[in-house]
Design a protein around this ligand. Structure first.
Ligand code: EPU
Length: 437
């Protein structure tokens, strides 16, 4: 298990450069399965989620080349069924395999999906995905080690309505409908920028997709798609993470590749907390302008709301704001586990079952601790911490970097699931740390 020993209390200052969004790139790689010619995806980060999806695609006969500059070519000319035992070796490592279903059913008439992994931030069921696939005509069989699917009569366009605008289920509909026979109408769709970028990729491949008002997406199935060439949308979750790190450590970080339009909601909150930013053509500078930070009330939500993946690093900065901040998490029911370690480091964060500070959400009146009250400012002190998940882990690293003294942060390999060259970036920002495998 990898560990970082970090001496905090020093502002992070310097520049980091982003590549494509983890939550787009991995889906764009799956989309390449739908083409009858090779695809080229640019700005692909070297992170372990990309590795997992690459291995799974290769098991299905896709030939992949990923250059050091981040250019990935994917040749799906010889797609074939993979051996169940080989697929199973990837069980529990990611959530992306569920998105292989539609493309594999189109290409091969069958699919086998291992049991899923991903961060432990709630139950994360796949009921919407399975229901969507059934709507298209898939026959689903749960096996002890995964899920097998077939489409004896082919996949046909469907009228689908999601009970919640799930990102993954919307992508499932897109990746399945583009080659399904006839028209698909999806209501209750998620409209995150990563989804819009996936739609752009599918359109480049030959798909016919329109995004209407009120979360309705219409797809006219086509008979075949070809490969694409595309530069992936930047990783706005990583951009927000470094922005929060700049604020929490009283630092100054230029995030190369970050863009304003996809980050407007974050920028508003960042400014209200007391952070400063300057938008340039090639990125955004985030910094602590001096003075006190202000408490805020935030409710996480689907786009265009405040993303759930932004709250964890920002909570660390909020421990330094004067007064009471409230964060109401409405996307995942169990995403405040990371605050225990922050409290051990001197933060004062209480979590509640009630929907605090905003509108009642679907987790209210149930046994989910999904609202946090952060009372500040509190000095953070060093501690020994074990990284629990990707975003929570990043926030622990930020807390260790902001705290006085020397902390030991273990299980840090989880952070590399979503942050490319994490250690090199920390070094470039002047962090004082050493790393042991
Ligand atoms: N949900 C269901 N049933 C389903 C699918 C989802 O109940 O079949 C629920 C989930 O349990 C959750 C809510 O719907 O409460 C939203 O889940 P969604 O499907 O939107 O999330 P996801 O597609 O699994 C992606 C990102 C997450 C990000 C969310 C929200 C990827 C690989 N993951 O997850 O990213 O938080 O959308 O934007 O794209 C991360 O990057 O650290 C991360 C967790």
């Amino acid at each position: 298990m990898s560990q970082i020993t970090v001496t905090g209390g020093k502002p992070l200052v310097g520049r980091v450069d982003l590549k494509g969004a983890k939550n787009l790139v991995t889906k764009a790689m799956v989309a390449a399965l739908l083409g009858n010619t090779p695809s080229v995806l640019k700005d692909v980060p070297k992170i372990s989620d990309v590795e997992v999806v690459s291995r799974l695609l290769e098991l299905h006969g896709v030939i992949i080349n990923h250059s050091d500059e981040g250019v990935m070519s994917l040749d799906p000319s010889n797609v074939e069924s993979a051996r169940m035992v080989d697929i199973d070796a990837h069980a529990g490592s990611s959530r992306i395999p569920i998105l292989f279903c539609g493309p594999l059913l189109h290409r091969l008439g069958e699919a086998f999906i291992p049991d899923l992994g991903g961060c432990h931030i709630g139950d994360r069921p796949i009921d919407f995905h399975l229901e969507v696939l059934r709507n298209f005509g898939a026959v689903i069989e749960k096996l002890p080690n995964g899920t097998r699917m077939s489409a004896p009569d082919g996949l046909k366009g469907a009228k689908v309505s999601l009970p919640y605008p799930s990102v993954g289920a919307t992508e499932q509909v897109l990746l399945t409908s583009v080659l399904a026979e006839g028209i698909t109408e999806l209501s209750g769709a998620a409209i995150e920028p990563e989804i819009m970028d996936l739609i752009a990729i599918l359109q480049k491949m030959g798909a016919v997709i329109s995004v209407d008002t009120d979360r309705v997406i219409r797809v006219e199935g086509v008979e075949k798609l070809h490969g694409y060439t595309h530069r992936a949308l930047f990783d706005r979750n990583e951009a927000a993470s470094w922005a929060a790190a700049a604020l929490a450590t009283q630092g100054d970080i230029f995030v190369g590749g970050a863009r304003q339009p996809e980050m407007m909601t974050f920028l508003n909150v960042f400014r209200k907390v007391g952070g400063a930013f300057e938008i340039e053509d090639d990125g955004i500078r985030f910094y602590h302008p001096g003075g006190e930070l202000n408490p805020v009330v935030i409710e996480t939500d689907v786009h265009p709301g405040f993303m759930t993946d932004w709250q964890q690093p920002l909570v660390v900065a909020l421990t330094q704001a004067k007064g009471l901040s409230i964060v109401h998490e409405t996307v995942y029911e169990n995403r405040f586990g990371f605050t225990d370690a922050l409290n051990d480091m001197g933060a004062q964060i209480q979590i509640y079952r009630e929907c605090l500070g905003g509108n009642p959400c679907r987790f209210g009146q149930r046994n989910f601790y999904h609202s946090a009250v952060i009372s500040g400012p509190t000095a953070l002190k060093a501690a020994d911490i074990r990284v629990p998940d990707l975003r929570g882990g990043f926030s622990h690293m930020v807390a260790a970097l902001a705290a006085e003294g020397t902390s030991h942060v273990s299980n840090v390999q989880l952070i590399s699931r979503g942050y490319e060259n994490f250690l090199d970036k920390l070094a470039a920002l002047g962090a004082d740390f050493s790393y042991t495998e």
